[in-house]
Design a protein around this ligand. Structure first.
Ligand SMILES: Cc1cc2nc3c(=O)[nH]c(=O)nc-3n(C[C@H](O)[C@H](O)[C@H](O)COP(=O)(O)O)c2cc1C
Length: 207
């Protein structure tokens, strides 16, 4: 878990999943301010909308935050240029081939994480040189893959097969599930569920 905390410069190994229509600058900055890693979900955004969210997020937090880019959407090149121009340092790519943009982003000093749902894409991500992967079980809302491999089966398998950090996701909604996922991956957890969103928002309000 320390590897992930160090990689992103965050206090807790909890990452808020990028969510089309749901995770804008408000949620991302609240999670980052509370010590996790907030992600702006760019999937639904026109390029200028993404720029606005990034600029607002930078004003709302001085902590690290990132942008999720589902690679199946149009305007990816424009999104990437905006991310670079605005100085975003973390990108979570998903729903596409990690080979296309990973090294380009890394050359610009950006940490790249790719979301996968099976071994084939985990290995492709390693080959593409990503800094970490999110292994997302079939339980995950907005599931990215076609495979129906559950979190309990997917996470330990991927953790055994790659030697880069693995972030667990899919149905991790409370402390018991966090503990279980820690045993499976021994690294870090990605939790999107509403529960964690509200928890992090409450934490942010209390700080
Ligand atoms: C409403 C919704 C929208 C989502 N949109 C995206 C998205 O745009 N890009 C992406 O990579 N993952 C997306 N996801 C997946 C999340 O980032 C995350 O991996 C997943 O929700 C974790 O599993 P959980 O929902 O069981 O906590 C979405 C999930 C939900 C529930």
């Amino acid at each position: 878990m320390n590897r992930i905390k160090e990689l992103f410069g965050i206090k807790y190994p909890i990452i808020q999943g990028g969510m089309i229509w749901c995770s804008g600058w408000e949620l991302a900055s609240a999670v980052s301010n509370a010590g996790g890693l907030g992600l702006i979900g760019s999937g639904s955004m026109y390029p200028e909308v993404l720029r606005e969210h990034i600029q607002k997020c930078k004003k709302a937090t001085d902590k690290p935050f990132g942008v999720n880019i589902p690679l199946i959407y149009p305007n990816i090149d424009e999104h990437i240029q905006i991310i670079i121009d605005e100085g975003v340092k973390i990108v979570f790519s998903s729903a596409g081939n990690p080979k296309k943009y990973t090294s380009y982003l890394q050359e610009k000093g950006i940490i790249v994480v790719h979301v996968i749902a099976n071994t084939k894409f985990a290995l492709k991500s390693v080959e593409a040189g990503v800094d970490a992967i999110v292994a997302e079980g079939f339980e995950a809302g907005g599931h990215n893959g076609k495979d129906e491999i559950t979190t309990m089966c997917l996470i330990p398998k991927i953790a055994d097969e790659v030697n880069i950090p693995v972030i667990a996701a899919g149905g991790i909604a409370d402390g018991r599930a966090m503990l279980a996922a820690m045993c499976l991956v021994k690294k870090v957890l990605l939790m999107k569920t509403l529960k964690i969103m509200f928890l992090m928002q409450r934490m942010a309000q209390q700080i």
